[in-house]
Design a protein around this ligand. Structure first.
Ligand SMILES: [Zn+2]
Length: 351
């Protein structure tokens, strides 16, 4: 069974001028397609498909310094976005000025390869920091992308062989506010260190230091992603079944708790767990998390002392009438695990 994953490697800065130039050409094509498509809609009521658009860009690659299939990829992406945003015209891609679009160049399957220890595309060699050993992989679609700091990356979809998990355990995960996630074994994915970076961010914002603000934003984003990758990887490696509460982040984000909820990166964690579990043959289920905070995971009673409602969010530790003292989140995670086991046994959500 072949699966795919996306690898991201940083391109060495000496290629930045060339990539910026290519990105300008991409923007030119995008804007041309945008004008063409919107005019067809306005004047003829016709929504051009990617195949309708191909003849218009065909043969322009050489002059623009782009791979011919990149032109097709741009049209394809354009039509996808036009459908997604349900618009008759999309934003122009800007090559300069304050609202400059971040550089982007799509690459079709087969149009980039690993050659002489470098990424080869459209007649150019690009040196990268090869943190994955790219030579081992077969490239599929890819893209060159610039980040807010002007660094360029090569993102490539590669084929990987599925590896079944060696794990035998089962674990429940409580997605919380204070700690981003807690497992039934007491491991925590913490969001604390982002607070420290956020303080630094506040300072930079007050000082109007835009470069530093961008740098810190990028740092927070990368750090969060790394942490979630590591946390989910370790869980998938050691377990045969993983259960999470079915928290719905949307209603909560409308309240004051929004910041913490977004910080926690629940969606990212769920998504990563889901695909890593699928990949490794690990059972992954969302279970109803109602009452998981209030019920004692030891005796099963709905304790008088357990945290309830908004006020209960502050209670981190509590003691049940049965005499057991609980960490609030670990207790919830244990209840989620129990609910997951019952669900697997009966096949319907229960709690
Ligand atoms: Zn109890």
């Amino acid at each position: 069974m072949a699966n795919t994953k996306t690898l991201k490697v940083r391109i060495k800065d000496k290629h930045v001028p060339l990539l910026n130039e290519m990105a300008r050409s991409v923007n030119f094509v995008w804007n041309y397609v945008n004008a063409l498509s919107s005019r067809a809609i306005r004047e003829r009521g016709q929504f051009l498909s990617e195949y309708d658009l191909h003849p218009y860009t065909k043969g322009a690659g050489k002059e623009l310094g782009l791979h011919s299939q990149t032109l097709q990829c741009i049209s394809k992406e354009y039509v996808t976005r036009r459908k997604q945003f349900k618009k008759t015209r999309l934003n122009w891609r800007r090559s300069g000025g304050a609202k400059r679009s971040l550089g982007w160049m799509p690459v079709n399957t087969g149009a980039a390869s690993w050659k002489n220890g470098q990424v080869y595309h459209a007649g150019h060699y690009f040196k990268v920091w090869d943190s994955y050993g790219l030579s081992q992989y077969k490239f599929r679609t890819a893209s060159f992308n610039e980040d807010a700091r002007g660094r360029w990356y090569f993102n490539v979809v590669v084929e990987v062989a599925a590896k079944p998990t060696q794990g035998t355990g089962a674990v429940g995960i409580d997605l919380g506010l204070k700690d981003a996630a807690t497992t039934s074994l007491g491991e925590k994915l913490e969001s604390k260190h982002y607070r420290r970076l956020e303080n630094a961010l506040g300072i930079a914002q007050r000082a109007n230091n835009r470069k530093r603000v961008k740098a810190i934003h990028a740092k927070i984003k990368n750090k969060r992603k790394d942490d979630i990758h590591q946390f989910s990887r370790q869980l998938v490696n050691t377990n045969a079944a993983i259960f999470v509460g079915n928290v719905q982040p949307k209603p909560l984000t409308k309240t004051k708790m929004a910041k913490s909820v977004l910080d926690a990166g629940w969606e990212m964690l769920k998504t990563m767990l889901e695909y890593k579990c699928n990949h490794a043959g690990v059972v992954f289920e969302e279970v109803n998390e109602a009452y998981t905070t209030q019920v004692c995971s030891c005796c099963g009673c709905l304790s008088q002392n357990s945290p309830k409602g908004r006020a209960g969010l502050r209670i981190r530790e509590w003691t049940c009438e049965c005499g057991i003292t609980h960490d609030r989140d670990v207790n919830a995670a244990r209840n989620i695990l129990a609910a997951g086991h019952r669900r697997l046994a009966v096949g319907i959500p229960l709690l």
